[in-house]
Design a binder for this molecule. Structure first.
Ligand SMILES: Nc1nc2c(c(=O)[nH]1)N(C=O)[C@@H](CNc1ccc(C(=O)N[C@@H](CCC(=O)O)C(=O)O)cc1)CN2
Ligand SMILES: Nc1ncnc2c1ncn2[C@@H]1O[C@H](COP(=O)(O)OP(=O)(O)OP(=O)(O)O)[C@@H](O)[C@H]1O
Length: 211
């Protein structure tokens, strides 16, 4: 198999795959997840809001976190707004991401105000961005994903936003996905780092430790 990066290998659950193959496979999987998500019915997604809020709140309490990072779900993601409302009621601060064009995330404390991102198909919070490395002030980080595998390797939407934001983080990071988005193996590149746990509407799971 020849290509633009011949011979560059990837340490992965897909041993021996060329880097270009991993990238193509990630692309194929993202398209597949997009397709499956587009088929989900709004009522089915709405029914997940309360159980997910329970699961996330339990996680926050378990970690005794007073400030967490989460995200404003799109209409096809696991819904987060019930959780955000309950976090507000419990005086738990939630940092929400704003995607900047250079590929970085900025963080805004949740107040309930939001708007549609002008280019991406996701909502974003409205409010002042927190200064400095705001994510470093979160005691627990909940991240979106297209897929996550049982070792905690996640596939995002290819922007590298979370890959960059999570470099060097030491607090627990949990991926929030639909139940059928937890898979056996996600293709890995060297920059990919596993999350510590997974939350689905069925509850939370610790990931299997890497072999
Ligand atoms: N709700 C949410 N907010 C988020 C993200 C996310 O994945 N979900 N992000 C993650 O990096 C950042 C924004 N960057 C993004 C980059 C690409 C796509 C994207 O291509 N999305 C797909 C599928 C959308 C969906 O499932 O609703 C698409 O537009 O086809 C989305 C967000 C920060 N905020
Ligand atoms: N730590 C990093 N620093 C700089 N660039 C990075 C880093 N991690 C990943 N990238 C770049 O980001 C791009 C997307 O990476 P990848 O396909 O793993 O994204 P993803 O995990 O799907 O997206 P996200 O992290 O936004 O959820 C790649 O071009 C990659 O080189």
């Amino acid at each position: 198999m020849m290509g633009i990066l011949p011979g560059k290998m990837v340490a992965s659950t897909y041993p021996g795959l060329m880097l270009e193959t991993v990238i193509a496979e990630k692309k194929r999987l993202r398209a597949r997840v997009r397709e499956l998500r587009a088929r989900r019915k709004a009522a089915d997604i709405a029914a997940l809001a309360a159980p997910v809020a329970d699961a996330l709140l339990a996680l926050v309490h378990e970690h005794r976190a007073r400030r967490v990072a989460c995200f404003l779900s799109s209409p096809v993601e696991v819904p987060t707004r019930d959780f955000l409302q309950r976090a507000r009621d419990h005086e738990i601060e939630v940092l929400l991401p704003v995607a900047k064009p250079e590929g970085r995330l900025k963080w805004v404390l949740d107040t309930g105000a939001e708007r549609q991102h002008p280019l991406l198909r996701v909502p974003e919070p409205v409010g002042p961005t927190e200064p400095g490395d705001a994510l470093a002030t979160a005691e627990l980080i909940i991240v979106p994903a297209a897929l996550v595998d049982r070792q905690g390797y996640r596939l995002g939407w290819g922007g590298g936003f979370y890959d960059r934001a999570l470099v060097g983080r030491t607090v627990p990071v949990f991926a929030l996905v639909h139940e059928d988005e937890v898979v056996d193996a996600v293709p890995r590149e060297l920059h990919d780092r596993p999350v510590d746990g997974i939350v689905t509407p069925k509850g939370q799971f610790q990931v299997e430790s890497a072999q």
